[in-house]
Write a protein that binds this ligand. Structure first.
Ligand code: GLY
Length: 360
């Protein structure tokens, strides 16, 4: 099964394809060769992916760079490593960098591609669910500093994205569920996205939980397709997060603070996003933005996938300090995306003292 989705960045009159398929790795290799014909390539590959899948691709040694896994690897040192390697192997303006791995490899390679010789072609081949449904699409690239996640980066659209769900087979349950955190996010924002059809993602995820958790191939292709149709619709309208794109950050204000306060060691990104979504759903219900029945259906949906609200407490003043440094924060206010109706969210900006109050 193969689905092709088109991203059209209206401002720039640019478009590229996203392929979602369950085809063999042999076929995928042919597609990559076809897409990079006559180009010199640099594959940036996550170590785990290299160990598991190298035998299927047989890239030549001089076109690969392997990076260790984990958010802490999305740093300046590794960014320089990619740039130096690109220069050593003689990549020119007409050549291409290819990210083969999860969100970390995708984000850092995208950042390198966008700055190497002021920008060269870039292809994303996400190998985790999280990267497939979120970070590989939409053109956000980044590296982290100790103080803040994704603080250095660019908006830089890839030339193509190849999503092959066979990579998802080797994800362990925790990694898979981390991706589900981002998938579930789309269920709560569908009505904002302006997609031409109703996808009923909330219902699809509620009824399809078993098949999804069993990684049933057609269900996964459809699920990824639904999420990306929503994301593409948002990105096509607002590439640079001037306004609408902010809804994709539902759950992320608290998530980034939790990841930063625990130095990216305790929670996966998806787990942190789910804690952020539970927190905002509860607050939205308390503020009467949403009804009790929607609050209950929403928390039941998260619970179906085995998630629970965060029970551990962190010092609120420290969380707020981190939230103030978030890219979405303004000089004196912290931005949250809050549910305001069924499958709908809105942006609110709160003073730090109001945020303190939110934590009760
Ligand atoms: N991950 C949120 C975005 O792409 O805007």
């Amino acid at each position: 099964m193969r689905q092709t989705l088109k991203v059209q960045i209206s401002e720039k009159n640019r478009e590229y394809n996203i392929e979602i398929s369950d085809c063999s790795f042999e076929k995928l290799k042919q597609q990559i060769d076809e897409a990079t014909k006559n180009q010199k390539r640099l594959f940036v590959i996550s170590k785990k992916v290299y160990e598991l899948y190298y035998c299927y691709f047989n890239f030549s040694e001089d076109e690969i760079l392997i990076l260790k896994d984990g958010e802490r690897e999305k740093n300046f040192k590794n960014y320089l490593k990619i740039m130096k390697r690109a220069s050593e192997v003689g990549l020119t303006r007409g050549d291409v960098m290819i990210a083969l791995g999860g969100g970390v490899v995708g984000d850092i390679t995208g950042f390198a591609a966008s700055t190497y010789m002021r920008g060269i072609d870039f292809i994303q081949i996400p190998t985790t669910l999280l990267a497939a449904v979120d970070s590989s699409v939409g053109g956000k690239t980044a590296i982290d500093l100790d103080e803040a996640k994704n603080i250095m980066g660019t908006f830089y659209q890839p030339k193509a994205v190849f999503i092959n769900i066979n990579f998802l087979k080797s994800l362990d349950k925790r990694q898979f569920l981390s991706g589900m955190g981002e998938v579930l996010k789309y269920a709560f924002i569908e009505e904002n996205c302006g997609y031409k059809h109703s996808l009923f993602l909330f219902e699809f995820l509620t009824l399809g939980c078993e098949k999804i958790m069993q990684k049933e191939p057609l269900t996964l292709v459809r699920m990824i397709e639904y999420c990306l149709n929503l994301k593409i619709s948002v990105v096509n309208q607002d590439e640079k997060e001037g306004n609408l794109r902010k809804i994709l950050n539902f759950g992320h204000t608290l998530a980034h603070a939790l990841e930063t306060i625990t130095k990216y060691k305790k929670y996966t990104h998806g787990e942190a996003v789910v804690y952020g979504m539970y927190f905002m759903l509860k607050w939205a219900y308390e503020k009467q933005y949403i009804s009790y029945s929607y609050y209950r259906l929403s928390t039941e949906l998260l619970g179906k996938y085995g998630f629970k609200p965060l029970s551990r407490k962190y010092p609120v003043d420290k969380l707020i300090e981190i939230m103030k440094k978030d890219k979405k924060a303004t000089a004196d206010k912290i931005t949250f995306i809050v549910p305001c109706d069924k499958k709908k969210v809105k942006e609110i900006k709160l003073l730090p003292q109001e945020v303190e109050y939110m934590f009760g």
